[in-house]
Design a protein around this ligand. Sequence first.
Ligand SMILES: [Fe+2]
Length: 292
Amino acid sequence: MKLKKGILIHNQLEQGYEVVHINSGTVLHTALVTEPVNFHGMVYTPQYEDNARIAKRDWRALNREEIRGIQAKDKRNDYNTIYLGDIPEALKACFKRLDLANSKSREEVFEKFSGDAALTKELSSNLNSFLSPLADNKPFNFHCIGTNLPNIEMVACNTTKLPKDFKPKDIKYMGMHNDGTQSMTIHTAHKFGNRISINLGNDTRSFLFVNLSMIQALNMIGKKIDLKKNNVNIANIPKFFFEHFPDYPVIRVQQKPYQYYIAPTDNCFHDGSTLGNKELDITMVYFGAFQC
Ligand SMILES: [Fe+2]
């Protein structure tokens, strides 16, 4: 299926569209053999939730027409555009001094953050100088420092229902999803801002997304089934979309260390991936209404 005009990319990376790929759609997780994880003595095969849909692995470069179709122009905002860029050198230097990238566990990452108060203060000031202009004078707030093991094909998961002492092998990954919560509907999902995610690990990670807003996805589903009878809503929309449009392409952005993406993750299907990686994946995430 051809890409529709939907969520666009504003790409400020030196590498341009070399880091952007496209595939031929999604499959149920059972259709592909899951790659095992093997990291510092942890050896296991990741599990998925029953209906998890994952991106096919037939990635290719975008052709000229596809690049033209996905490039954002001047009508950019916080819900219709994905922004790609490098963080400023001063901020990068601060992160490098924390030496997060060589951490072997989530605990080690947090110890490094809390271990040096002066550096953490400098970091926070640099982060503010970087984020304030992107936030366009609107409030923004720290969301989390996320870690993922290497070689996890689709990293999103809900660990809140697991026991406190859960092990990585107990996690069930959810596959392509939207971040919508109960407080939003398909028609209001674009009003909740976006997120910025910075890669603080040593490996290149991937951000995968479908370039359609929730309303576009709903309208497409509405041409296949009765939306009311099927009670299509913000929580079950990925199931309906991927069932009826398995051939709609996924876009993959490869995010090198110290690069960021800004994405309206309530308003589009997406996931992250550490497939093929060797080291711990570390990200820092802020919520806001960022744009540039
Ligand atoms: Fe998400």
